[in-house]
Ligand binder design. Structure first.
Ligand code: ADP
Length: 258
C-alpha cells in the first residue's frame, strides 16, 4: 500500500510540474516544426539534406505529440481551491501517516483552537503532508518526533516570508532529524534535487508542495539546522479572507468576513 501511495504521489508531482513546462515547450516545438517545414520546401533536391531534415521534422513531431499527452495529463491536476479545515484533514490522516513512517516516530499534533479554514486543494494537501512526513522519516532513521501544527497569522508588509499582506494559516511539519546544511537547504525545493540516491528519491516532493502553496496564493518556507532537524512551513491564505472560495462539502462552511 505504501508503494502504491508513493507512486501516486510521484504521478501527481510530475503532473504539477509538467503543466507549466509542457505548455512552453509545445510553443517552442511548433516554431521549430514550422521553420523546418519551410526550409524543407526551399532546400532543392539534395537527398542527403532532405533526409536529415525529415529526421528533424519527424523528431519534432514526436516531441510535439509527447508534449500534448503531457498537457492532457497535467490538465487533470488542476487545483480546485476550496475551504479546507486543516485540523480535520490532518487528524483524518493520522493513521495513514503513522503507517507511512513506522512505529519509531511519534506524531504530535498542535492546532490552535477554532483554527480557520484555508483556501487550497484538499487532495493535494493530503499528498503534501504524506510527502513531508516521509521526508521527516528519512531524516530520522533512528526514530524521533514529527510535530504537525497550524496557526493563523496576520501578515503585514515586508514580512520575512515575502507573502502579500493578508491573513494566512501556517501549516508546519517539524522533525527532530538530521537536518540539512546550507547548500542542501538552498537546493531542496529544486525539481529533481535529491540526496536519496537513484530509485529512492524523486526530488519532486518539495517542488510539488511549493507549487501547491504558490498556486494557492501562499508559500513554502523551509528552515533547517544540521543535526537538529527541519521545519517545513506551508503558508496558505485564510479562507475567511477570500470571497471566491467554495465551501468544501466535508468541511464546515467558513463564516463571512467581518
Ligand atoms: P526526495 O524526498 O524525493 O529526495 P524532496 O523534494 O521531497 O525529494 O526533497 C529533496 C531533498 O531535500 C531530499 O533528498 C533531502 O536531501 C532534503 N530534505 C527534504 N526534507 C528533508 C527533511 N525533513 N530533513 C532533511 N532533509 C530533507
Amino acid at each position: 500500500a505504501r508503494e502504491a501511495l508513493a507512486q501516486s504521489q510521484k504521478v501527481e508531482a510530475i503532473g504539477q510540474l509538467t503543466g507549466g513546462i509542457a505548455h512552453d515547450f509545445n510553443n517552442l516545438l511548433t516554431a521549430i516544426l514550422g521553420s523546418l517545414t519551410l526550409v524543407r520546401k526551399r532546400v532543392g533536391d539534395d537527398a542527403k539534406v532532405l533526409s536529415l531534415l525529415d529526421n528533424a521534422i519527424h523528431g519534432a513531431e514526436r516531441g510535439s505529440a509527447l508534449v500534448k499527452r503531457m498537457l492532457a495529463f497535467a490538465r487533470r491536476q488542476e487545483l480546485s481551491l476550496v475551504a479546507v479545515d486543516l485540523p480535520e484533514l490532518v487528524r483524518g490522516m493520522k493513521d495513514l501517516m503513522q503507517t507511512s513512517i513506522g512505529p519509531m516516530i511519534t506524531i504530535d499534533m498542535r492546532f490552535a483552537p477554532d483554527l480557520e479554514p484555508v483556501r487550497s486543494d484538499r487532495h493535494q494537501l493530503e499528498s503534501a503532508l504524506v510527502n513531508l512526513v516521509v521526508n521527516a522519516r528519512d531524516a530520522m532513521p533512528n526514530g524521533g518526533m514529527v510535530t504537525i501544527s497550524g496557526l493563523a497569522e496576520e501578515i503585514r508588509e515586508n514580512h520575512r516570508t515575502r507573502l502579500k499582506p493578508g491573513r494566512y494559516v501556517c501549516l508546519s511539519v517539524a522533525d527532530t532529524g538530521a537536518g540539512m546544511d546550507k547548500a542542501t537547504l538552498l537546493k531542496a525545493a529544486e525539481p529533481f534535487f535529491t540526496t536519496k540516491g537513484i530509485g529512492k528519491g524523486t526530488g519532486l516532493g518539495l517542488p510539488m508542495i511549493q507549487g501547491l502553496a504558490e498556486q494557492s496564493g501562499g508559500r513554502l518556507v523551509l528552515e533547517s539546522e544540521l543535526g537538529r532537524g527541519t521545519t517545513a512551513r506551508i503558508w496558505l491564505p485564510s479562507a475567511l479572507a477570500s470571497q471566491d472560495v467554495v465551501a468544501a462539502a466535508s468541511g464546515p462552511t467558513p463564516e463571512p468576513s467581518p
